[in-house]
Design a protein. Structure first.
Length: 73
């Protein structure tokens, strides 16, 4: 078995293992704990990608409390 073939087989097995581990997630319901606060009712998020929003998301105080999660929604 060549190295390329062996690497492909390892990649395939690892991919299948990951898919098998995350398979149960398909049946989980949506959890809506903080979306209204941070996304749907947040005026900065609703304004879209702005310079002000980026500067707030990367501000030291903001990172300490919320991380950069606001920029990911």
């Amino acid at each position: 078995m060549s190295i390329d073939r062996k690497e492909q087989l390892i990649s395939l097995v690892l991919s299948l293992l990951v898919l098998a581990c995350y398979r149960p997630v398909r049946d989980y319901g949506f959890v809506n704990f903080d979306d209204p606060l941070y996304v749907t009712e947040n005026m900065r998020v609703q304004a879209g990608l702005t310079l002000e929003g980026l500067s707030l998301a990367s501000a030291r105080e903001e990172r300490r409390e919320k991380g950069l999660d606001r920029g990911t929604h």
